[in-house]
Design a protein around this ligand. Structure first.
Ligand code: UT7
Length: 328
């Protein structure tokens, strides 16, 4: 297909006000601020209060993006929401967002690709635009990981936070827009990062509550190795497809899971640190929300100018990995 087809005309984000710091975690599990900062780069994360559902947070973020683009909710024809922590198991959180936003003309659905959910969503929305099935598409990355993290497990609870980021996709203009997208999965590695129970195979019962197997389980060191390898692959593929090299990139916005994974990804792609956006220190890993939150910060801080080449790259449970190059 002839690209660009779609471009981002608005962004938005919502981060809960409540902060969970490394010092707070020192009281909850056997860990230390030094260890967390050294091994992950994280200083604090944002955690939702009970009223901050995904639909609530995404409604706030979506309004910012719509305002920027000069659209109203009724102009949306598509809502794609990436999440691994839906508000309810049925119906989709995208439908709850549609109702709360008043996007009465949209088709709305969720995508579960964990931390890659936003970039999977971008790819699907662009595809819908290329087939003539969408013109104003809202792509959302949204998580409340605090609801599935076991705060007695120091291997996971220090990592994750909550939040939402969104992007509005509209038809490309002037050669500006999405230059390439790439998605990949490897389900053979699913059990390295997963929730063993809570689905229809093993519904929640007393035993599950007892052993906490409905919460997030992760083999951290193994996931780390795959993340480094797959983020490198994702960078290569998006660049290759767009006919670009690392030197062409004005800003790299990687999934914010661990500063060591971010550094390895940038080094592999030949992108210097000053062109890499990092906010993992302030938010921790917000899974599907991490890239659109960072993208919105970059836009609002003036870090991205018209014509800049932006590279987005993600990795998550599944495993899934994905990337997207954009001429802004
Ligand atoms: O979003 C995508 C999915 N997630 C990720 O990308 C996360 C990928 N993994 C990671 O970021 C890292 O593997 C972690 C940060 C989770 C762990 O760092 P690591 O350097 O891989 O540590 P490790 O798991 O190899 O553990 C090293 C040591 C162990 O102690 P021993 O066995 O050497 O005595 C752990 O028990 O560190 C210990 N440890 C901790 N110590 C203090 C593990 N977690 C903690 C902790 N505080 N929170």
């Amino acid at each position: 297909m002839q690209r660009p087809i779609a471009r981002i005309t608005g962004t938005g984000r919502y981060s809960p006000a409540k902060v969970l710091s490394n010092a707070d975690l020192e009281v909850m599990v056997d860990t230390s601020d030094d260890w967390i900062r050294e091994r992950t780069g994280i200083r604090e994360r944002r955690i939702t209060e009970s009223h901050e559902t995904i639909a609530y947070m995404a409604t706030e973020a979506a309004r910012q993006a719509l305002d920027e683009a000069g659209l109203g909710p009724e102009d949306l024809d598509t809502i794609v929401l990436g999440t691994a922590t839906p508000d309810r198991l049925l119906p989709s959180t995208a439908c709850d967002l549609q109702a709360s936003l008043g996007a009465v003309h949209a088709a709305a659905f969720d995508i579960d690709a964990a931390c890659s959910g936003f970039l999977y969503g971008m790819t699907v929305a662009e595809g819908l635009m290329s087939s003539g099935n969408a013109r104003n598409a809202l792509v959302v990355g949204a998580e409340r990981l605090s609801t599935i993290v076991n705060y007695q497990d120091r291997g996971t609870c220090i990592l994750f936070g909550d939040g939402v980021g969104v992007a509005l996709l509209q038809p490309a203009d002037n050669g500006q827009g999405v230059l390439s997208t790439y998605m990949k999965s490897d389900g053979r590695l699913a059990d390295l990062l997963y929730r063993p129970a809570g689905g229809s195979v093993r519904p929640v019962d007393q035993d599950v509550l007892q052993d906490q197997s409905h919460m997030l389980h992760m083999a951290g060191r193994e996931v780390f190795k795959h993340a480094v390898r797959s983020m490198a692959d994702a960078c290569d593929r998006a660049l290759e497809q767009a006919g670009l090299s690392g030197e062409d990139i004005d800003i790299l916005i990687p999934h914010q899971a661990n500063i060591r994974i971010i550094d390895a990804t940038a080094k592999h792609a030949g992108i210097p640190p000053e062109k890499v956006y990092v906010n993992v220190d302030r938010y921790g890993n917000t899974s599907a929300a991490s890239i659109p939150i960072a993208l919105d910060e970059c836009v609002r801080e003036g870090r991205i100018k018209s014509g800049d080449i932006v590279l987005l790259v993600a990795f998550g449970a599944g495993f899934t990995w994905a990337s997207c190059a954009i001429r802004w």
